[in-house]
Design a protein around this ligand. Structure first.
Ligand SMILES: Nc1ncnc2c1ncn2[C@@H]1O[C@H](COP(=O)(O)OP(=O)(O)O)[C@@H](O)[C@H]1O
Ligand SMILES: [Mg+2]
Length: 162
């Protein structure tokens, strides 16, 4: 799957949504994971769902930062640091949709997998393995969103701890 599958641009049937803007610097993925953890707790999602989301968010944020940002804490002189946006949506299905928006128009490309020992090019395979479907779309204001839809399991009523 992947590529230009139908975008979850305006998730229909969203029970709740949450979003966070982040400077596209090396610490963004960590902050995004913490934000997702808090959101997953609020939405009473299972530990397994939360962990999957954290993996997916790490990969998507890592890619967005690689495409548009800097690993340094500050941007090049006189250039503002780019921002990326993390959006989470809980759908009735139930699914958790993770979206990461960046300012680069290049599209994500699933590598062909021929170099099994390669250190690079495995992130989107992980996203594909952990999600029901994933894809990307361009926004009207010249940005791009990469998204993934994860099966959302609610924590059981006996109160699964996270
Ligand atoms: N947000 C993005 N913006 C632009 N290109 C991307 C983005 N995400 C992924 N890509 C492209 O898809 C390729 C594969 O991504 P990935 O599987 O995560 O491997 P890696 O990040 O190790 O290169 C990247 O090398 C890049 O060319
Ligand atoms: Mg990657």
């Amino acid at each position: 799957m992947g590529g230009q599958v139908a975008a979850v641009r305006e998730p229909t049937g969203a029970i709740d949504t949450n979003r966070m803007d982040l400077a596209a610097v090396g610490t963004a993925a960590k902050l995004a994971r913490v934000f997702a953890k808090h959101t997953a707790k609020k939405w009473q999602l299972s530990t397994d769902t939360c962990e999957k989301a954290e993996f997916v968010i790490s990969e998507l944020c890592g890619n967005a930062i690689k495409a548009t940002g800097t690993i340094e804490a500050v941007g090049p002189r006189d250039e503002p640091v780019q921002t990326i946006t993390l959006r989470l949506a809980l759908l009735k299905t139930p699914s958790l949709v993770v979206e990461v928006e960046d300012a680069d128009l290049d599209t994500p490309k699933l590598q062909d997998g021929s170099e099994e020992l390669a250190e690079n090019g495995r992130g989107l395979f992980l996203v594909e393995a952990l999600s029901k479907r994933w894809g990307f779309y361009h926004t009207t204001d010249g940005r791009k969103v990469v998204w993934a839809e994860i099966d959302a399991i609610r924590a059981n009523s006996s109160g699964e701890e996270r």
